[in-house]
Design a protein around this ligand. Sequence first.
Ligand SMILES: Cc1cc2nc3c(=O)[nH]c(=O)nc-3n(C[C@H](O)[C@H](O)[C@H](O)COP(=O)(O)OP(=O)(O)OC[C@H]3O[C@@H](n4cnc5c(N)ncnc54)[C@H](O)[C@@H]3O)c2cc1C
Length: 340
Amino acid sequence: MTLTLQEYCSLARYHTFGIPAKARWLATIEAATQLDELKAHPVLSTQPWLVIGGGSNLLPTQDYPGVVVRMVMEGKTLVRENDDHVWIEAAAGENWHAFVQWTLANGWYGLENLSLIPGTVGAAPIQNIGAYGVELKDCFESLTAWSKDDGHLFTLDREACAFGYRDSVFKHALKDNAVIVSVCFRLSKTPDVKTGYGEIERELANTGIRQPTPAQVAQAVIHIRQRKLPDPAVIGNAGSFFKNPVVAQAQADLLSEQFPALVRYPAGEGRVKLAAGWLIDQCGWKGKNMGNAGVYDKQALVLVNRGGATGAEVKALAEAIMASVRQKFGVQLEPEPIIL
Ligand SMILES: Cc1cc2nc3c(=O)[nH]c(=O)nc-3n(C[C@H](O)[C@H](O)[C@H](O)COP(=O)(O)OP(=O)(O)OC[C@H]3O[C@@H](n4cnc5c(N)ncnc54)[C@H](O)[C@@H]3O)c2cc1C
């Protein structure tokens, strides 16, 4: 399979914020061997690389001067099974939501709460995607990655991936070096639904479902997300723009005294996770615009492209929000998408 290369290529179709930006080179990767080809290329091997999947966690603020490496490899394999579990390997370019729905249709459970998250399987470990009380790491077995340093494939288990809240080794020690080519999941043959998350409970109660199947939990999650989050095909965005900040218990207690309605969750080891959306909302940002960038009317955590926004406009809005949250609550927000 020959490597597909484009020059001065618009990235508009390859990310979800709808912001104009170009890649000096775009390489479309359909097989791991094409990464070897890219590494052997006399010019491209010396350029910076940006690996992307569906571009749903990116904010481009300028043209990318190097090689955008777009992972489109497909394939799903049942690697092994026993009475209780299956081990499924999926290639990096598989669409995440389609993969989740495929596992459910086969009677393999565990990923239902992660339905409708945009993007690819290969990107899911990067920030240990999570939603509605479940994180990727809960069903993760291992992954295979390709090293840009030496061109070798290597395998990492869950411990080696050092998953944390929207975090993994790929944001630290392996940043810019590992290209994930496939991910292996351990899924259960027996349903064990997680409905403890308030919104899911309410959604199921409203539809009169008492003992939901995993497919019904997935459907509930899909309905909640469709109501609450903007569809990137209609309005450009990258989902939650900020991580929920995790602070020391003492700081959270002081804030709770000052702001009794503070939304907080235990985060273990004397730490407390605060709801970034609530903090932003309290600063009056919901529904506000700065230039062509805005804060989504239904969810203050989501920044949107109101039409014709530049990456710089979205970044300036994010910085203004961070400054007001810092000023009002003394809490530092951290952006979740990769800002280029
Ligand atoms: C409407 C909306 C809702 C969202 N909801 C959630 C949510 O509930 N929970 C959540 O966690 N996230 C959410 N996100 C963020 C996003 O969907 C996830 O981060 C997703 O995993 C990104 O996948 P992607 O393929 O689009 O990655 P990209 O945006 O293309 O890339 C993201 C990062 O991963 C790296 N990367 C991508 N593929 C690879 C690879 N194969 N190997 C190595 N590095 C790679 C990139 O370099 C970049 O650093 C949401 C986004 C949107 C637009």
